[in-house]
Write a protein of this length. Structure first.
Length: 268
């Protein structure tokens, strides 16, 4: 019962009371009022319960909406992450292909170098067969480099930096083979034994450093001036007696250590 009806009922009761209604009518009206109040309280309780349930429903809906927004955000983040991963995979794949291409080029280049070195080695072995058989010259292929080692006596007299006539002939033959390997640089290294420089030569070569370096430089100059090798391909280095290939305790070992090494190397 709404408030308007309740008010009308109360007015009616007051009217009846003021009109001297009978006791039975009064009791009846009073019971009806009590019933009406109870019904009102019941409906008010139901209304409060509905309001509470409505509020709870709103809270649940709000929570669901927040969850949906969170899921939408996570989905966007996942899409971004997937895109980034796809881009990273594409970049890695491109890098992989570039590395593979580079490795293929390097393999082809190294195969070409090895082929050229093999050809050069065969030519040297043919042109310097006599010196190789006498063990005055040794040829080695080491890690993509071709090294020709001269025992010093074939090139220089003791304590001298002047190339012997026979040594010049040998270097010129070697240069003919090197000239065809134009894409390779040439490093000339001078080495000595550990015997100290004699007093007669100390004014010119105080130590084996000076002697080994001077001999390497003389060979480089000969390759440039007499053999026609481009100077840009040439390098001279001296190592004194600090890189021996044999023991300096014996004459045979010291003879091996007194050497000139001419090495074909890839360009830097």
């Amino acid at each position: 019962m709404d408030k308007t009806n309740l008010f009308s009922l109360l007015c009616l009761i007051c009217f009846i009371l003021t009109s001297c209604v009978s006791k039975n009518q009064y009791v009846e009206l009073e019971n009806e009022l009590t019933s009406t109040q109870e019904q009102l309280e019941k409906e008010q309780k139901q209304l409060a319960d509905l309001q509470a349930r409505y509020k709870k429903s709103q809270d649940v809906n709000m929570s669901l909406l927040n969850t949906i927004e969170d899921l939408k955000f996570e989905l966007r983040q996942e899409k971004i992450a997937v895109t980034e991963k796809e881009q990273a995979i594409a970049e890695l794949d491109l890098l992989r292909r570039q590395i593979e291409d580079s490795l293929k080029e390097q393999i082809v280049e190294k195969e070409q170098i090895i082929s050229e070195l093999d050809k050069t080695r065969i030519e040297i072995e043919s042109s310097l067969k006599e010196q190789i058989e006498q063990k005055d010259i040794k040829i080695e292929e080491i890690e993509g480099k071709l090294k020709v080692t001269f025992i010093d006596k074939i090139l220089f007299a003791s304590g001298s930096v002047r190339i012997k006539t026979k040594g010049k002939e040998v270097i010129l033959k070697l240069a003919d083979s090197f000239r065809e390997s134009a894409n390779q640089n040439i490093v000339v290294e001078g080495h000595t034994d550990d015997v100290q420089i004699g007093k007669a030569l100390q004014a010119k070569f105080p130590t084996n450093w000076e002697l080994s370096t001077a001999r390497a430089a003389v060979v480089v100059r000969f390759l440039q001036d007499e053999a026609g090798i481009e100077p840009e391909r040439l390098t001279a280095s001296g190592f004194s007696y600090y890189q021996p290939v044999a023991s300096n305790e014996t004459e045979e070992g010291r003879r091996e250590n007194r050497r000139i090494e001419i090495i074909l190397v890839p360009p830097r």
